[in-house]
Write a protein that binds this ligand. Structure first.
Ligand code: RP5
Length: 159
């Protein structure tokens, strides 16, 4: 059973997808991953979305990043777009964010596959107490790290 479907516009987007996969593995959320391009393989995108039993889609794409929006056109499940950075600043970010009214996609920051996965987990945690507890533990982990870093910095400065 797949909970999250990750779709990449190109295999070259894999480093960003790895950030998402690492989070999903940490939270023990089953996912699948496929490469399909909104422009180069539009029919494959449609087949993947319509054949998926995932609860949430994470779509990772650069340049004129139509992929998240095209996925959203084929489903009423939540779609989280991850813009991949390229030579022109924010091209993919704007392509993902500027959806027409009625067909939204969520967008995280440039290359933020990790945040896309956390957001997907948060959506699923609405109906999954186990995931909610894991998210709370993860928040604490992050807070503890900030405090440990601060203590370490002060210890280094005092040395
Ligand atoms: C987009 O074009 C992909 O998502 C990728 O970020 C970018 C470049 O693709 P490749 O030329 O590396 O296949 O569609």
């Amino acid at each position: 059973m797949t909970k999250v479907s990750i779709i990449l516009g190109s295999k070259s987007d894999l480093p960003v997808a790895e950030k998402a996969m690492n989070i999903l593995k940490k939270f023990e959320v089953p996912f699948d991953i496929n490469v399909a391009s909104a422009h180069r393989t539009p029919h494959r995108v449609e087949e993947l979305v319509e054949g998926s039993d995932a609860d949430v889609f994470i779509a990772i794409a650069g340049l004129s990043a139509a992929l998240p929006g095209v996925i959203a056109s084929f489903t009423v499940k939540p779609v989280i777009g991850v813009p991949v950075s390229g030579e022109i600043n924010y091209d993919s970010l704007l392509s993902i964010v500027q959806m027409p009214p009625g067909i939204p996609v969520a967008a995280v920051g440039m290359n933020r596959g990790d945040n896309a996965a956390i957001l997907a987990v948060e959506i699923m945690a609405l109906t999954d107490v186990g995931l909610r507890d894991k998210l709370l533990a993860y928040r604490k982990e992050q807070a503890d790290k900030v405090i440990a870093d601060s203590d370490k910095l002060n210890a280094e400065l005092a040395a």
